[in-house]
Design a protein around this ligand. Structure first.
Ligand SMILES: [Zn+2]
Length: 120
């Protein structure tokens, strides 16, 4: 099996910073991701039972290593789904968004923004 690009690049850095994590489990998790895929911090948190703060720290390192790119996505408070639009910066988020799934008008979408990562 081919070793994940993300993992190969970031693991020496993680070891250097002495993260107390299960590297085998992390490798297995990241292996499933291909360039162009979206990685949700919450999925990593749930799958690896990893502290959410640690998850973000690792993902931020991946961004620094240019393995991942950070985006924002809006979570619909009405139907509990993601609206499907991706934003590169906070400034790109409109003042209101209509949910593609339930047509709910999301006011202050920034309050419902979550950080997701695109695999490069
Ligand atoms: Zn909705």
């Amino acid at each position: 099996m081919m070793l994940s690009n993300i993992f190969a690049k970031v693991v020496p850095l993680l070891k250097e910073k002495k993260f107390d994590i299960d590297y085998d489990a992390l490798a297995k998790f990241l292996e499933r991701y291909k360039p162009g895929d979206w990685l949700y911090p919450d999925a990593m948190h749930r799958n690896l039972k990893m502290n959410i703060k640690t998850v973000y720290e690792i993902l931020e390192l991946c961004v620094e290593m240019k393995s991942l790119e950070q985006y924002l996505q809006i979570y619909c408070p009405h139907c509990q789904k993601y609206t499907g639009q991706y934003y590169k910066t906070i400034a790109e988020i409109p003042d209101e968004i209509n949910c593609l799934h339930c047509d709910y008008e999301i006011l202050n979408p920034l309050n419902h923004a979550i950080i997701i990562y695109k695999v490069l």
